[in-house]
Design a protein around this ligand. Structure first.
Ligand code: FPP
Length: 172
């Protein structure tokens, strides 16, 4: 994929003043699958692959903080099999997160972890603990996050803008 440069010395074309923090709304997976007459869970699998590519790329070009809005409290209303597929992907991807973004990344989770199975909570807590001294990049993963009612309209507007940009850039 042409978008991904090999390392931080090969970032030709990028501006010098890169942002210190980039947030991604993981969106468009369902539409990506629908366009290809596939079940939504295939779209989530492809979305998760993009998560990995994007995280690695951001680290390679020297972004200090990245956030991924992966799964909101609203998303629990989706069909059970879809929710299970998303949680399985999440589990799969956080287990070996250090294999694909390296050892120097701090991982933090946003949102209420207490709803997840004990073993998944432990994985999240261990990852936060094991990476707490890493300084090259901080990666925030928002899972089971909710917005306060008064922030909802603003958040919704930001989501709409970001989902259009994300979909055009990575899923089209
Ligand atoms: C929104 O797409 C995406 C989600 C609700 C789930 C995203 C989470 C994962 C793929 C799990 C892996 C996560 C990490 C951080 C590794 P959508 O179904 O709303 O798409 P649509 O807008 O096209 O319907």
């Amino acid at each position: 994929m042409a978008f991904f440069k090999k390392n931080k010395n090969e970032t030709g074309g990028l501006p010098d003043n890169l942002p210190g923090h980039i947030a991604f709304i993981m969106d468009g997976n369902g539409r990506w699958a629908k366009k290809r007459a596939m079940p939504r869970r295939f779209g989530h699998r492809e979305g998760a692959k993009n998560f990995r590519r994007i995280a690695r790329y951001c680290k390679d070009i020297g972004i200090k903080n990245i956030s991924f809005y992966a799964f909101s409290t609203e998303n629990w209303k989706r069909p059970k099999d879809e929710v299970e597929a998303i949680i399985e992907l999440f589990r799969e991807y956080i287990v070996d997160v250090r294999n694909y973004i390296g050892e120097e990344v701090r991982v933090l989770f946003l949102g209420d972890k207490s709803i997840f199975d004990e073993d998944l909570q432990k994985k999240m807590n261990d990852l936060e603990e094991d990476t707490k001294d890493n300084r090259e990049m901080t990666m925030l993963l928002a899972i089971n996050y909710g917005g306060r009612a008064e922030n909802f309209k603003l958040f919704d507007m930001a989501v709409r803008i970001c989902r259009i940009l994300f979909y055009r850039r990575f899923m089209a």
